[in-house]
Design a protein around this ligand. Structure first.
Ligand code: DGJ
Length: 730
């Protein structure tokens, strides 16, 4: 058992291979947090209290103990601890105060799913155990179930919280964090991923000072502004050194992370659904389930934290059969022709792509209703027979005859004002009666808090997929949420609609991915606006950004790599000069930048020079040879692209038999210094043959001295190295 309840000291010790997480039932049944970090063998750790003026005491006789200076496991609002609470309620008498104390716990092998929400799961033979601790506020009859699952071999602990109204009167939940962790006595920096449309997931590292930092989305989606992830890293932590705590929320809607350093320099971390416009009516006997938070602690630097997330997300989060396997090389029609295509032009694109070794043609936006630009027809999911006289089935059959698989784009959550769907069901959109509502990209959002709308969506998409010829679906979403109200819910439940929308979305994704398990689904929100573990539960890859420039993508993909496995970061080779930034880059650089993700193309290959076509054929040959390793290998960041100088990363096979190193020279300098790239993740004591250099090095040489890389005198150049262990045929 990875979870020990020590009756003597009344503590809970959660142990992974390298991590300990310890809590204790303390004094008047408080649940105190004792420790999270490197694995310990003791079950109890002393708490420190001192008499201080101006803090809360439970009794006037004892001025030393205070719930405010005690690290709390799930702090309440308004009762003795005046810092940021993990939850807040309003009871039937209009009070906001709550106080949850320990009443019982339950430990079992395995892991339960979360009702209506995506979450990690245990494999059949996994060493996975779960602890449920019940706190109770007996005055109002509120039970709070804190659930911890320990993935022993993955070095991962997951948490979620459930609220149960055991009383007779209705309670309103105003804030319900998934997780709260109090950490004492450390100096940290905060790592988080920030950005915007087409500039997603920029890495940011900032010092912590007394006060509170909040990272959030109130946009209805997890957002490209703040990914639902953060890490606390020791001030001296690097890629391969130091303490790092990572938190990732399995949720695709509004979220909030709060990082508070209090007056005594204790750190409180809170993560969960954003309380903005959130008010959940919890009637007598009802439950409310929060999303799951995945926690990874590494004592060996930031790189290891990332690899812990990568492995658990690939193997124990994503349900798709493609999650842990190589993906087909695809070509997407968007930047090839946007809305301007016919069946014949698509078949020509397919024929030329096939000759170059591309395996799947994806028809992006513009195939349905009367859609020839972004201002109509969303919701009318039937083929535009002016463009596609044989419909989707006929087109897919022709593409299959050419020897390629066929994929299709949908934007199922949206409705255009100019659509048959909107004319028939104007109240099916999210809206507030009397307010016109804001359009974005000329469209409204369907109200997925309604069951009838969810049923319609599943049927509309399912009807097309039933032809059995569609092997891939890109599930897009091109606007964020505003005027979030629903026609079917009463006034006192309008505060539930943001979350109910996400629950409806998950229900649709669950039903469609379960009904079509052989279809490879890709998520998208105008690029990476909903790139989160919630979507990854259903879809093994997500379109990372609408910026397809190879150099821009280095920073974007570098950012994603802090949490997300390489294999889920969808990335395409596009035309040069690039459509978003006009940059000119070589075919080689574009190919290798895109290969560091789920690889594909996004340009009209029919118009390319013979020379570029040869380059593409060669890249596809290399990718086919490498893709098994790219899908399953361990990822190491070597150089950050953030200074616009260089970037480098590598992927190492399980068992360290092979590795591929990608080096990008971003901006070159005249007469620049030599570069030795210090590798990671390989065996020091083994010899590795480096194919491109035709030389053998010991692992120690490569990690301590480094691999000599070219001193390119031009901007935007790339070099790739394949390493094979000598004793294994290298
Ligand atoms: C936004 C996506 O990110 C693009 O790749 C493309 O699918 C367009 N939407 C189509 O409208």
């Amino acid at each position: 058992m990875a979870i020990i309840y020590d009756k003597g000291v009344r503590s809970f010790h959660l142990k992974t291979k390298n991590t300990s997480y310890i809590m204790k039932i303390y004094r008047e049944e408080y649940l105190a947090h004792l420790y999270y970090g490197k694995r310990l063998e003791v079950n109890d750790i002393g708490l420190r209290f001192e008499e201080r003026a101006h803090i809360m005491n439970d009794t006037p006789e004892d001025r030393v103990f205070s719930p405010e200076t005690m690290p709390q496991e799930y702090p309440a609002f308004g009762a003795g601890d005046l810092k940021e609470p993990a939850y807040r309620i309003r009871d039937a008498r209009g009070n906001y105060i709550s106080d949850g104390r320990y009443v019982s716990h339950y430990i079992y092998h395995g892991k339960k799913g979360l009702e209506g929400l995506p979450s990690t799961f245990a494999g059949e033979k996994d060493a996975v155990d779960t602890l449920e601790i019940i706190l109770e506020d007996s005055l109002i009859g509120l039970a709070i179930v804190l659930t911890y699952t320990v993935f022993e071999d993955y070095d991962i602990i997951t948490r979620n919280t459930k609220f149960m109204n055991m009383g007779k009167e209705t309670i309103r939940i105003l804030k319900a964090a998934s997780v709260s962790v109090d950490i004492t006595g450390h100096e940290f920096e905060l790592i988080h991923l920030t950005g915007s449309w087409a500039r997603e997931c920029r890495f940011n590292r900032v010092p912590l000072n007394t006060g509170r930092i909040e990272l959030d989305s109130a946009r209805g989606v997890s957002s490209s502004q703040h990914n639902p992830f953060f890490a606390l890293a020791g001030k001296n932590a690097t890629e391969d050194y130091g303490d790092v705590y990572g938190f990732s929320l399995v949720y695709s809607g509004n979220h909030l992370s709060q990082i508070e350093v209090d007056q005594y320099e204790q750190v409180r971390l809170i993560m969960g659904i954003s309380p903005v416009n959130f008010e959940w009516k919890l009637e007598s006997g009802a439950c409310f389930q929060t999303p799951e938070c995945v926690m990874a602690y590494s004592s060996e630097g930031i790189g290891k934290m990332s690899r812990l997330f990568h492995r658990v997300f690939r193997e124990r989060l994503c349900k798709s059969k493609f999650a842990n396997s190589p993906r087909p090389i695809l070509i997407n029609s968007w930047e090839a022709c946007y809305f301007d295509f016919t069946q014949d032009s698509l078949l020509e694109l397919a024929r030329e792509s096939r000759k170059l070794g591309i395996e799947l043609l994806v028809l992006d936006d513009g195939w349905f209703g009367r859609r020839n630009s972004a201002d109509s027809s969303l919701g009318d999911w039937y083929p535009n027979t002016d463009k596609l006289p044989e419909g989707i089935t006929g087109l897919a059959e022709r593409v299959n005859e050419i020897g390629m698989q066929f994929g299709l784009w949908f934007e199922p959550e949206m409705v255009s004002p100019n659509s048959d769907l909107f004319r028939a069901h104007p109240d099916w959109r999210l809206h507030v009666p009397g307010r016109p509502g804001h359009q974005s990209r000329g469209q409204f959002v369907l109200d997925l808090s309604r069951q009838d709308v969810c049923d319609w969506l599943v049927d509309a998409v399912g009807r097309i997929l039933e032809c059995g010829k569609v092997s891939y679906v890109k599930w897009d979403m091109n606007r964020q949420l505003s005027e979030v109200g629903s026609a079917v819910f009463p006034a006192d439940q309008q505060g539930e609609i943001y979350h109910r929308y996400v629950l409806g979305l998950y229900q649709c994704m669950e039903r469609l991915t379960a009904a079509f398990p052989d279809v490879l689904f890709e998520g998208c929100e105008g690029g990476g606006g909903r790139f989160d573990p919630g979507i990854l539960h259903y879809m093994p890859q997500i379109w990372a950004s609408d910026d397809t420039d190879a150099i821009e993508r280095l920073s974007i993909q570098y950012g994603y790599s802090f949490v997300y496995p390489w294999s889920c970061i969808s990335s395409h080779y596009s035309v040069s000069p690039n459509h978003q930034v006009g940059r000119v880059t070589s075919p080689e650089t574009r190919a290798y930048a895109a290969m560091t993700g789920a690889f594909g193309y996004e340009l009209d290959v029919c118009t390319l020079s013979e020379e570029e076509k040869e380059e593409i054929k060669n890249s596809n040959r290399i990718y086919r040879e490498d893709r098994e390793l790219l899908a399953k290998g361990d990822f190491y960041r070597l150089l950050s692209p953030e200074g616009h100088e260089k970037a480098a990363w590598m992927i190492v096979s399980p068992g360290k038999k092979e590795a591929i190193v990608y080096y990008f020279r971003i901006l070159a300098h005249a007469n620049q210094p030599f570069t030795w790239l210090k590798l990671q993740g390989i065996e020091d004591t083994e010899e590795y043959y480096v194919k491109e250099l035709r030389r053998t090095y010991t692992g120690a040489e490569l990690t301590c001295i480094g691999l000599p890389v070219s001193n390119f005198s031009k901007d935007f150049q790339t070099e790739v190295f394949h390493l094979v262990r000598r004793d294994l045929g290298g």
